[in-house]
Each structure stands twice: as C-alpha cells, then as structure tokens.
Design a protein around this ligand. Structure first.
Ligand code: AMP
Ligand code: MG
Length: 402
C-alpha cells in the first residue's frame, strides 16, 4: 500500500506528452498550446483613436482658453493613416489611424462645431484618447506560453496577433471498459440483481471536459479470458486505458490478472486513500492504464484525482494538479488515522467567506454524491476525527474540470 501523494507522483512521472497538431483558431478552443506564442509585430500595430472626435496637435491649441481650428480631412476605421495639416484638426472615428503629426484626440462631445471650424475648450492631455502602437504587446514579447489552455481570452489574443493556426497538443485518447456481470445499459431491461452502468458516463464526460477523446467499450463480464480479450482490444490506439471495477481481491475480480495477461505491467495497485483503496496503475508501451474501483463514488473520485491530472500532463499542461486551499469545515466525522480521506462537500459562499459543508452520505457506493458535491475536503492520513469548524485543504471540482 503506498501513500496517495506518492501514487500520484509515480503516475504523473510516467506521463509523456502526446504529439502535436496544427489546427485552425476556431478548432483550437479549449486545447493546450504546444508552442510559445510570440508577438511578431506590436499590438496594436498602429496608433489609433479610442473615440469619435478630432485628432489634432496640442501645440496648435492655446494653453488656457478655447481655440478654434479649421477641420481638414477625415480618418475612419479601416482607412490608411494620412497626415495632419499643421494648424488644423482632422475628423476621426473610433479605430481609425491617427494621422501623422497629431498627438491627441478630443471626443466630439467636448467640441463645438460650426461649419468647417471646430472650437476646443482647452488643450487635451498628451496622448489623450490615443491607443498607442505596441501598448498591449511590444514586438517580440511572449504572448502565451506553451502549455496554456486556450480559453476565449487566449484565442482572441492569438487572433489579435494575426495567427490563423496554432500548434496544439493532440487530444489524448481514453478507452474505457466497465466490468461486471451485473451491468446493463441504463433503461435496458434486466433481472433483479442487475444495475444500470453509471461510472463510464462519469469517466467519459470528465475526460472530455479535460480535453480528451473518450470511447466506451462493451461491458466486460467477470471472466478472465473475456476480460483479457477486451483489454487487448481497448488498448489499441489509446493513450490511457481506464477499467472500472473488478480490481479488488474477490473471486470475481479478474481485472488485474486480465491486465497482466494482456501484457500490462502493473506499477502498483493499492493506494492508502479513502474511498478508492484498490486502484491499479500500469502501462503497456506508451499506453498508461488506470484500474479504477467499481464503487461509484470511488470510481469518480479516483478518476478526478488521478485520471484528470494525468490527461492534463499528457496534453503538456505544466501544472496538471488542482489547487488546494484551506477552508473551515461544516460537519464532523469520526475516523481513524491511516488513509488519506477525500470527503465530498458543498461550498457555501457567504459574505464572511467560503465554508465547505460535508455531504451526509459519504458511502463509496453512493451514486448521488457526485451529483451534489462541488468540492473535496482532504483529510490527511495521520489525522483522526474531523471537528466542525476545523480548517482543512479543499479541492474545488470546478478547478479539476477547469
Ligand atoms: P467491484 O469493484 O467490481 O467489486 O464493484 C464494486 C461495486 O460497484 C459493486 O456494487 C458494483 O456493482 C458496482 N459497480 C461496479 N462497476 C460499476 C459501474 N460501471 N457502474 C455502476 N456500478 C458499478
Ligand atoms: Mg465487479
């Protein structure tokens, strides 16, 4: 039995980033950038007006009082930059290039216009309402680092930098096998004693949220030869094989022998955590293997804590682990030291801060808890009883799925 942190380190230590591909910007949404993005030109590329108004040279205006200037020429968004005729003002619109010779813009609401003349009440500040070339990014500046997840803001920045394509990590591919003679598809008829399969839905959905592709194989019966054949098939082309159930030590737990028969080397299979003690980790060539326990809360939890960070590492994210922060806990729990425990909780956000409320049903078989939980409270292995009001580390599920 190995500690949770060591299990996680050993697993992530096996992650080799998957390959890269070049995709169009729209397709790059939520992917992981596989190149450093450097500004090849200043952003913005030219000085332009932030307002509808008049571009002028401040030296043409009187210091204290109003000045009237003739209005000559116009600069609209999309037009090429022109020249300001000395001693005049140029009509200008938002987004339009500042004419050469101008050094400020006066918004039209501050100007009185009469025919071809405009009166300015006072001289504007230097650079007023001008957006400067390179103010957002200078040429050669690092705009986005390799490993960055491309959310809306990052995509818009890449577009602003004139990049139609980006080099991104290939999506890691996850192959999922649910094992157990009791399983049937939701809604399918079955004898008493059968149950609807639910864990593969959790794993596939979570894997996709983390940017992977997921395929779910046919249910695997609790027989060694059938399980070995299913494992062989599921390994092909997968970066990660996830099996669910059958990984403990019961007579019908055939997953570990089936994995070994299929050629998978098991690195370890017991982790000092609760829920989720039986958890098999192995590899065959470049394909990594996670054998999750079948109990619904255990399967979900171990996939969130091991599977998702692994997928992030495979995609080249530099910080694949979710953040932890200390929060006061509502609710108490009797327990004995030994295993690191992860309690499903709900965050209560109030004016006095955030508290993590332990959910009443912490059973590893509970299918309800991950529909309700939005956080995990981490109880260190050495700790006994958890007292109400105590501060413990909390992982937000939103930060796992991110
Ligand atoms: P196991 O790990 O195979 O011993 O399964 C532990 C418990 O989880 C049993 O009650 C199983 O019926 C249940 N279980 C296993 N796999 C699944 C699954 N894919 N979906 C829902 N429940 C499951
Ligand atoms: Mg089973």
């Amino acid at each position: 039995v190995i500690p949770f942190a060591e299990a996680l380190t050993r697993l992530l230590g096996r992650a080799r980033p998957v390959g890269v591909e070049r995709v169009g910007l729209a397709e790059a949404a939520e992917r992981v950038l596989a190149e450093d993005l450097v500004a090849r030109a200043p952003l913005p590329f030219f000085d332009y007006s932030a307002m509808d108004g008049y571009a002028l040279c401040r030296a043409d205006l009187a210091d204290g009082g109003p000045t009237t200037l003739p209005v000559l020429g116009e600069s609209a968004a999309g037009s090429a930059p022109g020249h300001l005729t000395p001693g005049s003002a140029c009509r200008i619109f938002t987004g339009a290039p500042l004419p050469a010779g101008a050094d400020a813009v006066v918004p039209q609401e501050d100007v009185s216009r009469e025919g071809d003349a405009a009166t300015f009440p006072r001289a504007p500040a230097a650079g007023a309402f001008v957006r400067r070339r390179g103010a957002d990014l200078t040429e050669g500046a690092l705009a986005l680092r390799r490993g960055a997840r491309l959310g809306p803001g990052q995509l818009a920045l890449a577009a602003g930098l004139d990049r139609p394509h980006l080099l991104v990590a290939r999506r890691p591919s996850v192959s999922i096998l649910a094992t157990g003679d009791e399983l049937r598809a939701p809604g399918e008829p079955g004898p008493l004693g059968s149950i609807p399969e639910s864990n593969a839905y959790f794993v596939a959905a979570a894997a996709r949220l983390a940017g992977a592709t997921a395929r779910v194989g046919p249910f695997v019966p609790d027989r060694l030869e059938a399980a070995r054949a299913a494992v062989n098939e599921a390994l092909a082309g997968a970066d990660l094989l996830v099996t669910i159930g059958g990984v403990s030590v019961g007579d019908h737990d055939v997953v570990r022998p089936a994995l070994e028969a299929a050629g998978v080397s098991l690195d370890f299979w017991r982790v000092a955590m609760k829920p989720g003690k039986p958890l098999a980790v192995g590899h065959l060539g470049d394909t990594l293997v996670l054998g999750l326990p079948g109990n619904p809360a255990s399967a979900s939890l171990t996939f969130l804590l091991f599977g998702i960070p692994l997928l992030r590492a495979l995609a080249g994210e530099p910080r694949p682990l979710p953040r932890r922060r200390r929060l006061p806990i509502d609710g108490s729990l009797a327990r004995s030291p030994g295993r690191e425990e992860f309690l499903r909780a709900r965050l209560d956000v109030g004016d006095e801060g955030t508290r993590a409320r332990l959910l009443p049903n912490q059973a590893s078989g509970a299918v309800t808890s991950f529909a309700e939980a939005d956080a995990l409270v981490v109880v260190p292995a050495a700790q006994g009883r958890v007292e109400a009001g105590e501060r413990l580390e909390v992982i937000e599920l939103a930060d796992v799925y991110r």
